[in-house]
Write a protein that binds this ligand. Structure first.
Ligand SMILES: Cc1cc2nc3c(=O)[nH]c(=O)nc-3n(C[C@H](O)[C@H](O)[C@H](O)COP(=O)(O)OP(=O)(O)OC[C@H]3O[C@@H](n4cnc5c(N)ncnc54)[C@H](O)[C@@H]3O)c2cc1C
Length: 361
């Protein structure tokens, strides 16, 4: 009997469980270990902040999903991997594996901003976020650091909640060094800037947050921005546990895997989603679309590895579709350099997200 340990109940492992449910693998024991009983679906964070969805609508019960797939679920946070002895350690015990698969996502933090760690409650890992959202809703001044899709979407959704709940005079600030929605075409950047200005969000364009002291953010240009609560959404950061465990990581700390989603030094370790650095596509954007699309490849390769069959490559598509929820059930669709704004875009997003989550609930 071989043991496959899946660590992290992220998008890719969820899609594995779906396959496992209908395709049991003989003589194989499957264990899913994740930091929380639930997986929170980031595609619906913005709708949750705005109050369009309840907490139960945006989360997946991992224990239930595992049990249905004949997989043992253990709540535990990965603390260390011993690849030589093929064992992982969590606060709830140690587990040996024949094959390990890692899908623990990324973090929203930035160690280069001095004082950020002490100042913010992170949105990711996602199981830590629900309580924090309520604090943000009632905060008199939230500062968001970042100018990409997640940062713009979150601040617009927070503004929409505040408008609905008679808190329109609360202050919101967005601090970003590069242009808004960089890499998504100038019309998308201009559109989102207009929406932010209409929402009376204070924009600190061209400002790179450097340090935080007390309730003040200092930028590289020596601008001081006061705040009550701060969130960093300036890009995915790697989970420290990968490097700490002595696994090969790229220069940003993400686990180095080849095109087959296989660790370059330990062939019995596979990984997917935000936590990887693909050696054949190092600049690949970290998003849920890739994490989900890696599911069929990871499933094939885990089962093929056990039966000594050939593995296959993950071939990332060049462009992915993103739809930002921008408040009041409106959305901004981004595809390559193209963008479209309106109510229909939000309806499309709502349909896609609800469909995705319903398949696991
Ligand atoms: C605010 C925000 C909005 C976003 N919106 C979108 C969007 O609309 N569309 C899109 O494509 N992408 C979006 N993204 C990016 C998206 O969240 C990630 O790319 C995606 O979640 C990656 O999936 P994953 O499976 O790798 O990890 P995750 O979805 O983060 O899942 C990781 C899982 O592992 C568990 N875990 C974490 N640490 C440990 C540990 N140490 N031990 C055990 N378990 C652990 C977590 O509890 C979680 O269940 C957004 C990101 C943010 C921050």
């Amino acid at each position: 009997m071989k043991t496959i340990v899946l660590v992290g109940g992220g998008h890719t492992h969820l899609s594995l469980l779906k396959r496992l449910k209908t395709n049991p693998v003989p003589d194989t024991k499957w264990i899913l270990i994740s930091a929380d009983n639930y997986h929170y679906y980031s595609g619906m964070f913005s709708g949750f902040i705005e109050g369009l969805y309840t907490i139960d609508e945006i989360r997946i019960d991992l224990k239930q999903a595992a049990v249905k797939a004949n997989c043992t679920f253990i709540k535990g946070s990965l603390e260390n991997i011993d690849p030589v002895n093929r064992t992982i350690h969590t606060e709830n015990g140690s587990f040996s594996y024949d094959v390990l698969s890692i899908n623990i996502g990324s973090h929203t933090s930035n160690p280069t901003i001095k004082g950020l760690k002490e100042a913010q409650a992170p949105l990711k890992p996602a199981h830590e976020f629900p309580d924090f959202i309520n604090t943000l809703r009632h905060s008199p001044h939230v500062a968001v650091i970042g100018g990409g899709a997640a940062a713009c979407e979150m601040i617009l959704s927070l503004k929409a909640w505040k408008n609905k709940h008679h808190r329109r005079y609360d202050k919101l600030s967005l601090i970003y060094a590069d242009e808004l929605l960089k890499g998504r075409g100038s019309s998308a950047g201009k559109k989102v800037e207009k929406l932010l200005e209409e929402g009376e969000i204070q924009l600190y364009s061209g400002e790179r947050a450097k340090s935080i002291e007390g309730n003040k953010i200092m930028t590289a240009n020596e601008i001081i921005i006061p705040f009550q609560h701060v969130i960093y959404l300036g890009g995915a950061q790697s989970p420290a546990v990968l490097k700490k465990s002595g696994l090969p990581v790229d220069e940003k700390g993400f686990l180095k895997v080849n095109g087959m989603l296989q660790c370059i030094d330990f062939p019995e370790i596979f990984a997917a989603g935000d936590c990887i650095g693909l050696t054949n596509a190092p600049e690949l954007e970290k998003n849920g679309v890739h994490a989900v699309r890696q599911g069929p490849v990871l499933w094939h390769n885990l089962t093929a590895y056990l039966s000594k069959k050939p593995l296959i490559d993950y071939k990332p598509q060049k462009r992915t579709l993103a739809i930002l929820s921008t408040g009041r059930r409106h959305g901004l669709l981004l595809y390559g350099n193209h963008s479209l704004y309106g109510r229909i875009m939000w309806q499309l997003k709502n349909h896609i997200d609800k469909n995705f989550i319903h398949t696991f609930q």
